[in-house]
Ligand binder design. Structure first.
Ligand code: AMP
Length: 405
């Protein structure tokens, strides 16, 4: 079964093709037959396409008139030229798309129909950067493959769609809730994959587990997972709430925003920029949103870089504590994504002081580039796992299950 996955973002798009056996889903992700990425850098006309297939890597500059033309060119590399891995696009059995916002309606992955497309377009009101990019990807693939090839939307919000009411209603006026202003939560594909993988690694039934999954990348969020469902999460109505992130502030006193707007020199767009692009690690350190550069600056004695990391860890520990309280106990803490998988000092710093919860890490294991491994001490009550998140694989699995059904 040939499964194509498309993960379309605002300025880039990643895609891969899996060849999966019909009868049984492999436990570990197989290597994709073909992988491609298009970058549309801001402020330039060109697009940059990178393709990797079994024997070849290709890099070209595209000058398509539109995103869909660039996507069509990317798909051509699947079935022609030196990167060819299939005879023709008709061999693709199903396509899976990451769709950021599924609102209150979409609790599971769903086959894309005109009604689903209309809903994704409507929800762009809540996710103005991501949902239009996801829709453009869906339409570009429809144009190439035609309507017969099923396309599946896998929503980042779906895993959080069973949050208890008290966890998703904001304590503002009740009219907010009626207007759809509530906590939705994001990174759900990653949180769900990590929860399932944690159960697999622990040899336990997911139903029996209380987990905190820490997705720490450029964007950061926590999920409290009980019996396989997210019961609390730090991101909210938008992906701005919660933890301190690369360039996003996470939660701040809303009174600050009122204060800045009252000052008169702060427009809504400027506020948006400040909170999403000029805050977090970048805003505090004045150096970068990339933690690797923050570490280098700390080594060189940069005080604001040290402060940025201290705030990051302070808020991460507080968030883990809050999730543990809502779970009423903890079986495993999971670290994933760019920072969670690679930054041993962040894992160590997050766990420091959480011994009272039964968390204790083995520093040798933590520093030994762990991947899909338990780094807790043998005696600790709580397991601490580092899991490589595999969102594309999670989307491919949803597609496989859809066709099997
Ligand atoms: P992601 O959004 O999951 O791709 O994560 C991207 C972020 O991961 C980057 O901005 C870096 O801050 C971080 N990252 C990647 N590798 C490392 C590393 N070896 N040490 C610290 N941070 C890292």
């Amino acid at each position: 079964m040939k499964v194509l996955v498309l993960n379309a973002g605002s300025s880039s798009q990643k895609s891969c093709l899996y060849d999966l056996p019909e009868d049984r889903l492999p436990e570990a992700p197989p290597k994709p037959l073909w992988e491609a990425q298009i970058d549309w850098p801001h402020g330039t006309d060109g697009a940059y396409l990178k393709v990797k297939s079994a024997h070849l890597k290709l890099e070209v500059t595209l000058f398509g008139a539109s995103r869909s033309e660039d996507t069509a060119r990317m798909l051509e590399t699947l079935s022609s030229g030196e990167t060819q891995v299939i005879a023709h696009p008709g061999q693709i059995d199903i396509v899976g798309h990451r769709v950021v916002h599924g609102g209150e309606t979409y609790r599971d992955s769903t086959r894309i129909t005109p009604a689903v497309k209309a809903a994704i377009a409507r929800l762009a009101h809540f996710a103005p950067v991501h949902n239009p990019a996801n829709l453009a990807g869906i339409e570009a693939l429809e144009a190439v493959l035609g309507p017969e090839v099923p396309q599946i939307a896998v929503f980042d919000t779906a895993f959080h769609s069973r949050l208890p009411t008290a966890a998703y209603v904001y304590p503002g006026p009740y009219a907010w809730l009626e207007a759809g202003i509530r906590r939705y939560g994001f990174h759900g594909i990653s949180h769900r994959y990590c929860a399932e993988r944690a159960a697999q690694l622990l040899g336990r039934d997911l139903e029996q587990l209380r987990l905190i999954t820490c997705h720490l990348g450029n964007g950061c969020s926590l999920a409290a997972v009980q019996a396989g469902f997210s019961i609390d999460t730090t991101m909210g109505f938008t992906p701005l709430e919660g933890l301190m992130m690369g360039s996003r502030s996470g939660s701040v006193d809303p009174g600050i925003l009122i204060h800045l707007l009252r000052q008169g020199d702060c427009s809504v767009d400027k506020l948006d920029h400040l909170l999403n692009q000029a805050s977090g690690l970048e805003g505090i350190s004045g150096i970068s949103n990339d933690l690797r550069l923050i570490f280098e600056a700390i080594e060189a004695g940069h005080a604001r870089a040290r402060l940025a990391l201290d705030i990051y860890l302070h808020r991460l520990r507080a968030g883990i504590g809050a999730m543990a309280a809502n779970l009423g106990g903890l079986d495993a803490l999971v670290f994933t994504a760019g920072v969670g998988e690679n930054a041993a000092p962040v894992r160590a710093g997050a766990c420091e002081g959480l011994e009272f919860l039964g968390i204790a890490i083995d520093h040798h294991k933590n520093n030994d580039r762990p991947k899909d491994t338990d780094i807790a001490t043998a005696a600790a009550a709580v397991r601490v796992l580092v899991i490589h998140t595999q969102e594309d694989w999670a989307i491919a699995r949803e597609c496989w299950q859809h066709l099997r059904r």
